[in-house]
Design a protein around this ligand. Structure first.
Ligand code: AMP
Length: 477
């Protein structure tokens, strides 16, 4: 019997995996611009890291951890989130003593939560996250929110809503918690078992209970904003003012508490609603934490961070056709018939690959019809046909699969010719030189910039200078 994939996991295949790579690359590039460096931590850690860090009252720790004893009888947990591991790494490696603060790291990789599998919820999923640790200024929080927004904008999201709330400082929160306990005192008996537990451990979490009966009871509950200290309110006002300045639309959400116990101060979630009104829910979220580093045995440093769910980002981008053009299609299918043709085909294939083209060959004798069907299915751009006659004449056929135009090309010219076709092809779409050309490029399709080296024209394409091109022979100037 075939072995099935574990419940709640999924294989991420080919173009979907490429979509994830693309998303992670955009996230990393923007985080780099904001001064963050990568940090990779293990995907398993001592269980205590999460029970102490994320908090016993969170769903993650109380219900969802993948915990096991290793062969040395140590309690190990597959990481359910990224922040605790980053903080542990900072403490383990004493990074706070070696580098200037704030320490700014980003991470990406799989997370594990034993959740009930449902649409968009997996037991192994992927996150991209950032943490900025060590400078306790509301402007650090603002920077991190701006970074999250900028990542989404660069991925092509247009109607992002930022849900935002402030949990205030520890004094504000303690007062609020006791007000909630007073409010829920005569109601908690009728509420779900989780809420009974939350009432004792962290009554704030009652506010994000998903049970409709319990939700109805929270409507008239006291609001956090009534308990914010003067300085917490002032900080929150600065954040909102800056969001206005940067024209980031936000919604104040009294019931936003986030599922992890370590948050304090400003917390937020990015959610996405399409222009047609389809609500995709939270793409990611985060917030400020004041005691996590100390609680895990480090110095009293505060931090701020967020995490995006890669599955969530990808599925929205796929549904909304935001990622299609990032998918790779084949450049050339070399179709060979017969063993002699095969040896010429592999030579040509290698030469084209050295020039950066994605080349697919066939090593079985299939009909040309079925080979063309295959090329069509993978949206290949050109087909090269080498049969017995072509081998004898040392002339192959090149067919543009979009225009259906076909031409004969001598073996000796094949590589330059086919590479040239691609330069023309790319050039028709867009000059890849990255410079602003407000003049006509006169290179006739072989713009030097396409060769991957720096355009040296400083805006005036080199070809206009009339001197020898240094690109290696293909350029027409
Ligand atoms: P959290 O760490 O719970 O704040 O989650 C941050 C983001 O990770 C969410 O907004 C989702 O996009 C994603 N996420 C969280 N849990 C899951 C899951 N079980 N499956 C897929 N994505 C998830």
């Amino acid at each position: 019997m075939a072995i099935s994939i574990p419940k709640g996991t999924h294989d991420i295949i080919a173009n979907e995996a490429r979509g994830y790579d693309y998303i992670e690359e955009v996230c990393a590039n923007i985080a780099t611009v904001y001064g963050f460096d990568p940090l990779r931590t293990p995907i398993f850690e001592a269980t205590e890291l999460f029970s102490r860090g994320v908090g016993e009252s969170s769903d993650i720790v109380s219900k969802e951890m993948y915990t096991f004893l290793d062969k040395g009888n140590r309690s190990i947990t597959l990481r359910p989130e990224g922040t605790a591991g980053i903080v542990r790494s900072i403490i383990t490696n004493k990074l706070h003593a070696q580098a200037d603060l704030p320490l700014k790291y980003y991470y990406t990789g799989p997370m594990f939560r034993y959740e009930r599998p449902q649409l968009g919820r997996f037991r192994q999923f992927h996150q991209f996250g950032v943490e900025s640790i060590g400078v306790n200024s509301i402007f650090e929080d603002i920077e991190v929110i701006l970074l999250g927004y900028e990542i989404l904008r660069n991925l092509g999201f247009e109607n992002i809503t930022l849900k935002i709330n402030s949990l205030g400082d520890s004094m504000s929160r303690a007062n609020y918690k006791s007000a909630l306990q007073t409010y829920f005192k005569d109601k908690v008996g009728d509420m779900c078992e989780d809420c009974k537990h939350r009432y004792e451990t962290n009554p704030l979490r009652i506010l994000d209970c998903k049970v409709p009966f319990d939700q109805a009871l929270t409507v008239d509950a006291p609001k956090m904003k009534q308990f914010l200290s003067e300085s917490a309110q002032k900080d929150f006002d600065i954040v909102l003012e800056k969001l206005d300045t940067f024209e980031i639309p936000y919604e104040l959400d009294d019931h936003l508490v986030r599922g992890l116990d370590y948050y304090s101060g400003v917390i937020f979630e990015f959610s996405y609603i399409t222009s047609e009104g389809k609500d995709y829910g939270a793409l990611g979220g985060g917030g400020h934490y004041d005691r996590l580093v100390k609680e895990l045995g480090g110095p009293a440093l505060e931090g701020v961070g967020f995490a995006f769910g890669i599955e969530r980002l990808y599925s929205v981008m796929r549904d909304e056709n935001m990622i299609e053009e990032k998918l790779v299609t084949d450049d050339v299918h070399i179709m060979s018939i017969g063993d002699e043709a095969r040896t010429d085909a592999i030579d040509l294939g290698e030469a084209l690959r050295m020039m950066g083209l994605r080349v697919i060959l066939n090593y079985e004798d299939k009909t040309l019809k079925s080979l063309f069907k295959r090329a069509e299915r993978s949206q290949a751009k050109f087909a090269v046909i080498i049969g017995e006659e072509e081998v004898k004449a040392e002339v192959l056929k090149v067919k543009n699969l979009q225009t259906e135009e076909q031409e004969d090309v001598a073996y000796q010219d094949a590589v330059n010719h086919i590479v040239g076709l691609f330069k023309q092809h790319h050039h028709d779409q867009e000059c890849g030189c990255g410079h602003d050309h407000d003049h006509e490029c006169e290179c006739g399709g072989d713009c030097k910039c396409e060769d991957g080296h720096e355009c040296e024209c400083g805006g005036d394409c080199k070809c206009e200078d009339g001197h020898e091109c240094e690109c290696g022979g293909d350029c027409k100037c």
